[in-house]
Design a binder for this molecule. Structure first.
Ligand code: NAI
Length: 346
């Protein structure tokens, strides 16, 4: 039997490990490319049956046309988000599948790790004690118990985050465009989220509606000293306004796993380079800002689920012609698409 050839773009050492482990029956032939998929690199996909991509590959119209010319029938996203793919243009040309959920715990727990690190100054004390500096000056934190946390987006990750916060004895309020009214979560209007929260955490997708929802105006409505956590998508926050809010001492701390302009920076070792992004450089220089490099998903459990689901998605499309994780722009909400019309997208 011919093996299914998969070309991986933006492949990291942890992708290679998890996908090799997941191919238990040696059904697949892998080609791993470190480079991202874009119009300049697309020729590397020639000869493959499937391309497998991640959050910063650029799958625009031209790339889709070239993949079709090479006879490639499927783009398998090994992530949940798909804002980097021209989904509408792909319709009836090439199938798209994704991994809608792989570990909500990974992301929610990372959000909490950032929060605790920030408010208990662990990032500062770690550096001090390595230098045998055991002074506590400037390390005063605050209790989470009794604080109000505002959660924007109460889907899979938001709900896990809420459960953890309740364990700390925090008071949780939430906003969701589509609230889950049977969840026992206290939903309030977005205005109240800004006004009442001591801590804010974002777990909603990036859409035209949510882009820059944290901006100069909303920051001015927030409680002085608010702690902002973003593990969702960078562009939910207008980074310039965030920096301004920090400089004006309105914002107590920012914990960022994502950044609006991350695609040129994150996932790369730029330690020997001069940072061109002035806003990111300034944010990182702040004592009350913690930045991780889109790391929240990165647990063993999540990587195993990503590899297993991606390979199953590929088998489903190539062998059965349909897959429950297929993306189709015609459905009002991809996550609820039932494919009832024809039992497959096209
Ligand atoms: P989900 O689809 O389960 O939940 C998203 C929630 O946001 C839903 O309840 C939805 O109703 C709500 N929502 C939609 N539009 C909204 C709006 N305009 N305002 C407020 N809420 C809105 O998604 P999940 O799995 O919980 O993921 C949430 C986000 O986390 C993803 O969109 C993705 O951007 C991000 N993510 C980040 C990762 C990382 O490594 N940093 C890894 C995985 C996801």
């Amino acid at each position: 039997m011919n093996k299914i050839k998969i070309a991986f773009f933006d492949a990291k050492e942890y992708d290679i490990t998890s996908f090799n482990k997941a191919d238990t029956d040696s059904e697949f032939e892998y080609r791993f490319f470190e480079t991202r998929l874009n119009i300049d690199t697309v020729r590397l996909a020639e000869g493959a049956d499937v391309v497998c991509v991640f959050v910063n590959d650029d799958i625009n119209k031209e790339v889709i046309d070239r993949l079709c010319e090479y006879g490639i029938r499927l783009i398998a996203l090994r992530c949940a988000g798909y804002n980097n793919v021209d989904v509408e243009y792909a319709y009836k040309k090439i199938h798209l599948v994704r991994v809608p959920a792989y570990s909500p715990y990974a992301v929610a727990e990372h959000a909490i790790a950032l929060l605790l690190t920030s408010i208990r100054r662990i990032h500062k004390s770690y550096i001090r004690t390595r230098d045998f500096n055991f002074s506590l000056t400037g390390l005063t934190g605050f209790d989470l118990h009794g604080k109000t946390v505002g959660v924007v987006g109460t889907g899979k990750i938001g709900k896990v985050f809420i459960d953890i916060c309740r364990g700390f004895g925090m008071h949780v309020i939430a906003y969701d465009k589509y609230p889950d009214l049977n969840s026992g979560i206290e939903y309030v209007p977005l205005e109240e989220i800004w006004e009442r929260s001591d801590i804010l955490s974002f777990h909603c997708p990036l859409t035209n509606e949510t882009r820059h929802m944290v901006n100069r105006e909303t920051i001015h409505k927030m409680k002085p000293g608010v702690v902002i956590i973003n593990t969702s998508r960078g562009a939910l926050i207008d980074a310039e306004s965030l920096l301004e809010g920090i400089k004006e001492r309105r914002i107590g701390a920012a914990c960022l796993d994502v950044y609006e302009e991350e695609s040129d920076v994150f996932f790369n070792d730029l330690s020997g380079h001069i940072m061109d992004d002035e806003i990111l450089a300034r944010l990182i220089s702040m004592p009350n800002v913690i930045v991780t490099s889109h790391q929240a998903f990165l647990t063993k459990e999540a990587l195993t689920n990503i590899a297993d689901t991606t390979l199953q998605n590929i088998r489903d499309i190539l062998n059965e012609g349909r897959c429950q994780n297929e993306l189709c722009y015609r459905c009002p909400d991809f996550s609820t698409c039932s494919k009832e019309h024809v039992k497959k997208c096209f």
